[in-house]
Design a protein around this ligand. Structure first.
Ligand code: NAD
Ligand code: IPM
Ligand code: MN
Length: 378
């Protein structure tokens, strides 16, 4: 189903919907660009299959806010979209953004970062889990060694776009790019990491920063971490400067259970961590504000050279849809998606990046069948 959100806004049929009345659960699906479109088609297949099997009240609304549309109309995130998401949608699913014809990423920044910031989705939750030992590039590491989550701050840091140029294009050019850390922003992401540890039986939380150089912003992180940690005496704390953390993640990933860090460092260490679990083709994320409309997407980008070739691995998108189901309160269907993926990875029913021979849509078909119950899972 394709629909423009502005039609939605004015649709009288929505008059009965109130933010507290979320049945059916409406999900905005934004495939985006490049392989974002390919993997989203498969995630939708699996979502529809699992919704059928468990009679889930999901309503998917596809929105074609991509580079083509931006290049044709000049529009990125339509006016009023954030209000509509907040009021009428339970979740948002995104494929990936990025198109070589838009080198400044204008539409991607407006849409992707616009939703993260505009809906105040302060937790970028990125779980790292090794589904099968053969996917890990490290020697001798198994599922118990690579099983941690990253809480990436998602609304501040280096991503706020504050800065400017002076004497641009001349030999004397100056560029300034600020990063912002607020007490409220830092404290809430650190607290979210500790709460997660308590709720999920995790025993330690690690904070990564570069306070030895960033003596103001990252000092705020250091102080907040120490203060919040005092409220959770049963949780062990760890601290690494981010450069040392990257080394530790390769040498001894089993040391980590929950990692909390700023926006930019979280971006970098989650691509590195993705490699530990088989690559970007399996890495998932949720952009979350607890209790509010939240957004789910694979960690990877639009990999333009693979678009439409059948090489894109849809598993990251499918597992991200699973995370979304869990967020929407559908725990058992979410587990079924994860178990179907685990079995497919174990059996080599994968795309080429993971050594398999299936195309993007064959993986989607296989997993849709598996969650429907037509194939034995487990
Ligand atoms: P990318 O994640 O798109 O791809 C990097 C490499 O990872 C690919 O060449 C491929 O080898 C591999 N890869 C990624 N996803 C894969 C998948 N599903 N299956 C198999 N292999 C996969 O990163 P990039 O090349 O640096 O960026 C391409 C564009 O995507 C840029 O415009 C970038 O800004 C954008 N981007 C968008 C997002 C997002 O929308 N969330 C995230 C990262 C990058
Ligand atoms: C990610 C991406 C984005 C980010 C880009 C595309 C803005 O790399 O989601 O990890 O840096 O957050
Ligand atoms: Mn990234």
């Amino acid at each position: 189903m394709t629909s423009d959100i502005s039609t939605f806004r004015s649709s009288p049929s929505l008059a009965h919907l109130h933010p507290t009345d979320r049945s059916p659960q409406r999900i905005a699906v934004l495939p985006g660009d490049g392989i974002g479109k390919d993997v989203t088609a498969e995630a939708v297949k699996v979502l529809e299959a699992v919704a059928d099997r468990y009679a889930l009240p999901l309503e998917l609304v596809q929105l074609d806010w991509d580079a083509d549309r931006y290049l044709t109309t000049g529009e990125t995130l339509p006016e009023g979209a954030l209000d509509d998401f907040r009021d009428y949608f339970s979740a948002i699913f995104i494929g990936a953004y990025g198109d070589p014809r838009v080198p400044d990423m204008k539409h991607a920044a407006d849409i992707l970062l616009g939703i993260r910031f505009g809906l105040d989705l302060y937790i970028n939750f990125r779980p790292i889990k090794l589904y099968d030992p053969h996917l890990c590039p490290l020697k001798g590491k198994g599922a118990k060694d690579i099983d941690f989550v990253v809480f990436r701050e998602n609304t501040e840091g280096a991503y706020v776009g504050i800065g400017g140029n002076f004497k641009k294009g001349t030999p004397d050019e100056v560029a300034v790019q600020e990063e912002i850390h607020t007490r409220k922003g830092v404290e809430r992401i650190i607290r979210a990491a500790f709460e997660y540890a308590v709720d999920h039986g995790r025993s330690k939380v690690c904070m990564a920063d570069k306070a030895n150089v960033m003596q103001y912003g990252h000092d705020l992180w250091t102080r907040c971490f120490a203060e919040v940690a005092e409220e959770y005496p049963a949780i062990e704390t760890q601290h690494f400067f981010v450069d040392a953390l990257t080394m530790q993640l390769i040498k001894a990933p089993e040391r980590f259970e929950v990692i909390v860090t700023n926006n930019m460092f979280g971006d970098i260490i989650t691509d590195l961590s993705a490699a530990l679990q088989g690559g970007l083709g399996v890495a998932t994320s949720g952009n979350i504000h607890p209790g509010r409309t939240s957004m789910f997407e694979p960690v990877h980008g639009s990999a333009p050279k693979y678009a439409g070739t059948g090489r894109a691995n849809p598993v990251a998108a499918i597992l991200s849809a699973g995370l979304m189901l869990d967020f929407l309160g559908h725990e058992q269907p979410a587990e079924r998606v994860e178990e179907a993926v685990r079995a497919a990875l174990r059996e080599g029913q994968t795309t080429v990046d993971l050594g398999g021979q299936l195309t993007t849509s064959q993986v989607g078909d296989h997993l849709a069948q598996a969650v429907s119950g037509a194939v034995t899972v487990g």
